[in-house]
Design a protein around this ligand. Structure first.
Ligand SMILES: Cc1cc2nc3c(=O)[nH]c(=O)nc-3n(C[C@H](O)[C@H](O)[C@H](O)COP(=O)(O)OP(=O)(O)OC[C@H]3O[C@@H](n4cnc5c(N)ncnc54)[C@H](O)[C@@H]3O)c2cc1C
Length: 430
């Protein structure tokens, strides 16, 4: 496969303007709040998004019909990396998780009415949203088939009961895209449905904010209780019993966009370390003249360059309408670990300064660690990567699919790229 590495001029221009905007407008706010989004709250989000609109860099991923720039995945790779230079950059451009992934899902799957009601205000930044798949044990996690939240038929709609946790952005979200089981039992690979549940619907309750290592996501990571939550048939996103298939529509691109954003933080960390290495003097030379420091800087350059190319390869496959199942798993696993290594080396080069609050490296160190777990833990991806590779072996029982089909064929026609994505899916959680 040939991958075009030179971006279209309009994409290069948008990436350049995004980089300038983030450095001039966003970074000062990030430094003021030490990267803690909740310290700035909703007024900060609105201020940054207004500034991004004025700078013409808002919503690069959304189609022009919904007010965005309509970038393809390769275009997003460039622009999202520049936005990721600051923890607040994605928030400013309205490309932060989970909203960005939800917009992608809604554009692909929602009905025209649902798009007007849910996608448009989200794309405009008027509201936030969340995506609720994961459950406390023994429910859905790395293995979504363990899904235990149930939706049962009632009064011309559905009654949903269950418990979700680690739901990013739930506090303050206008709605939740919730996965619930509509047929089968926990352990079955089919029978899930996605529901759009408005905030304030009786029975939907935030049980607690989970205290976590990271804290830069708006609305925190919440545990949700769903007790006899009634929703109408119009709240079903896509077709009944096809939720796992639609989840794949969201997950492959969403794990890549996480990679793009975190790559920006890796570059910023390296910049901080290189500046320090060039300035700080010890043992009669600059820190950067010492071989072991040079090795750390070089290894980080290699991690950054390799990450960017792996992301681009998976993006090119998605843009060509392919599933990118293997390439996005490879990119996600490598980038999540590479970004952690880069931030860690940068912190080491800065010495005690690195762990202090005087530079943002300690903040970044805490923020990037969970990425090895969400969007599929590294181990789940490695398992899936190896299974796909083994399936290609001429001596393996190749006819055996790597995971049993999660469900029956999609009930309603969906776009070809989505169908291909589903055909090669594996289970890797949000
Ligand atoms: C910061 C953060 C934000 C999140 N946001 C959301 C959200 O918005 N919405 C949502 O639905 N979920 C969210 N999650 C949940 C996330 O998707 C899950 O944590 C993830 O899918 C793993 O599930 P689990 O935590 O239940 O771990 P488990 O499924 O219990 O797995 C535990 C460990 O088992 C190992 N493991 C897994 N698979 C294999 C394998 N095949 N072989 C060997 N070892 C394996 C891995 O080391 C893994 O870390 C978030 C999580 C975090 C940390």
């Amino acid at each position: 496969m040939t991958i075009e590495l030179t971006p279209d001029p309009h994409v290069a221009d948008l990436a350049e303007r995004t980089a300038a905007f983030v450095r001039a407008i966003v970074v000062p706010e990030e430094e003021r709040f030490a990267g803690v989004a909740s310290a700035g709250g909703e007024p900060l989000r609105q201020h940054l998004q207004e500034a991004a609109r004025e700078a013409g860099v808002f919503a690069p991923h959304v189609s022009t019909e919904y007010g965005g720039h309509g970038l393809d995945m390769r275009g997003r790779a460039l622009v999202f990396e520049e936005a990721g230079w600051s923890l607040f950059g994605p928030l400013a451009l309205n490309i932060a998780a989970p909203d960005e992934g939800n917009m992608h899902l809604l554009e692909a799957v929602a009905t025209a009415e649902q798009k007007e009601q849910y996608l448009r205000p989200l794309a405009e930044g008027a509201v936030r949203s969340c995506f609720a798949m994961t459950e406390p044990a023994p429910g859905a996690g790395s293995d979504p088939a363990a899904l235990a939240t149930v939706a049962t038929r009632s009064r011309g709609g559905w009654l949903i009961n269950g418990r979700k946790w680690f739901i990013t952005g739930a506090d303050g979200a206008a709605y939740t895209i919730c996965m619930a089981r509509t047929s089968g039992e926990p352990g079955d690979r089919g029978g899930a449905t996605m529901f759009l549940i408005d905030a304030g619907t009786p029975g939907l309750r935030i049980a607690r904010h989970i205290d976590t290592l990271d804290e830069a996501f708006f609305g925190g990571h919440c545990e949700l209780e769903l007790e006899d939550v009634f929703v109408s048939d119009e709240s079903v996103l896509g077709a009944v019993d096809q939720g796992f298939e639609y989840a794949q529509v969201r997950l492959a691109p969403a794990r890549l966009t996480h990679c793009m954003r975190w790559l920006g933080i890796a570059r910023r960390s390296q910049e901080i370390a290189v500046t320090r290495a060039a300035e700080r003097r010890m043992f009669g030379s600059r820190l950067g003249d010492l071989g072991m420091v040079q090795a750390m800087i070089a290894d980080s350059e290699i991690d950054i360059a390799a990450s960017r190319l792996l992301i681009l390869q998976a993006c090119a496959e998605l843009d060509q309408g392919r599933s990118a199942a293997q390439s996005s798993s490879i990119a996600k696993t490598f980038v999540a670990e590479a970004v952690g290594r880069v931030v860690d080396r940068s912190l080491q080069i800065c010495g005690a300064l690195g762990v202090s609050g005087d530079v943002l490296l300690s903040r970044y160190h805490r923020e990037v660690r969970p990425f090895r777990i969400y969007d599929g833990p590294s181990e789940t991806h490695r398992w899936a990567i190896a299974k796909r590779r083994l399936r290609q072996s001429p001596v393996s029982p190749a006819a055996q699919p790597i995971a049993q089909p999660i469900a029956q064929p999609i009930a309603q026609p969906i776009a070809q790229p989505i169908a291909q994505m589903i055909a090669e899916r594996v289970n890797v959680g949000e």
